[in-house]
Design a protein around this ligand. Structure first.
Ligand code: PDD
Length: 278
């Protein structure tokens, strides 16, 4: 495995960062997870735009050729289907101080992991997921893809302790998203998803699903979803770059709709698969 660290492509085992790096000490950093299929970045432009949004929002300097860095890394790792993790920290302060010097040189790290090509899986082989619903303990800038993921990790583990795959988050009585995914609800043939706001990440897959719904005459609405609406849904889906669109068939121990993967999910799965192949 070859990783990228501050301008160098090196074997993963040789990568070293300082313990005084602010990403390590404070989680003072942002990230992206970008899928590459058959060696090509999927919705790469959108991921880079979101990275630039995160960097600007936390005032970490940018100005790198992200495309060149990532494409080269994927090439060095043999191309194919990979998810690329890219992290940019504010840099190494040399000591632990909350305040930072604006001239710090950001630390840039990227590595690859195999990703399942969702276009290679048949809808019938996709398993319905179980989820729990729990309090959203995060801050109010979830539109920034920050590496401060402690709340996400804790509630995902809570889900795992209940033999569930994902935790869906509730803030002020409304569903926001999952620990690392956006959420969709289907009721009477209409697809609903929470509006974009600073309480959720503007998912690249979420945007694509809405685009595909639009192009294919599937009715959708960006709207508030409360706990009762969630539990009364005919279908619930989650979306992310590494998981595509997956059906949730049990929530808090109750079946979603009839407890089976829904027809609109199967349709969207097919549309996403076709989009990915083209
Ligand atoms: N997570 N919401 C949150 C909180 C996320 O962390 C993610 C992605 C999403 C989905 O966004 P996208 O469709 O752009 O992947 C929504 C990545 C995959 C991760 O943390 O691994």
């Amino acid at each position: 495995d070859i990783v990228y660290l501050d301008g160098h492509y090196i074997p993963a085992g040789e990568a070293r960062i300082s313990p005084f790096d602010r990403g390590f000490l404070f989680g003072d950093s942002v990230y992206e997870v970008i899928p590459y299929f058959r060696g090509t970045g999927f919705r790469l432009r959108e991921h880079i735009a979101r990275l630039e949004h995160s960097l600007r929002a936390v005032r970490i300097r940018s100005g790198r050729d992200w495309y060149a860095i990532l494409d080269r890394l994927v090439e060095l790792n043999g191309g194919g289907n990979l998810s690329v993790y890219l992290q940019v920290t504010r840099g190494d302060s040399g000591s632990r101080s909350h305040a930072y010097d604006a001239s710090l040189e950001p630390t840039v790290f990227a590595c690859c992991a195999p990703v399942r090509d969702f276009a290679s899986v048949a809808a019938k082989d996709v398993k319905g997921l179980a989820a729990i619903v729990t309090a959203d303990l995060r801050w109010h800038r979830c539109d920034i893809k920050s590496t401060c993921l402690l709340p996400n990790i804790l509630v995902l583990q809570q889900a795992r302790d209940h033999q569930a795959d994902e935790a869906l988050l509730l803030r002020d009585g409304l569903v926001t998203e999952g620990t690392s995914c956006n959420i969709f609800l289907v009721r009477q043939g209409v697809v609903y998803t929470p509006k974009r706001s600073s309480e959720i990440l503007g998912g690249i897959t979420r945007e694509l699903v809405l685009e595909l719904a639009d192009e294919n005459g599937i009715q959708y609405q960006e709207a508030d979803i409360d706990y009762d609406a969630l539990m009364a849904g005919d279908e619930v889906w989650i979306t992310s770059s590494t998981r595509g669109v997956l059906p949730v068939t049990r929530i808090d121990g109750q079946p979603v709709g009839d407890g089976e993967k829904g027809p609109l999910w199967a349709r969207m799965f097919e549309l996403l698969t076709r989009y990915q192949r083209r």
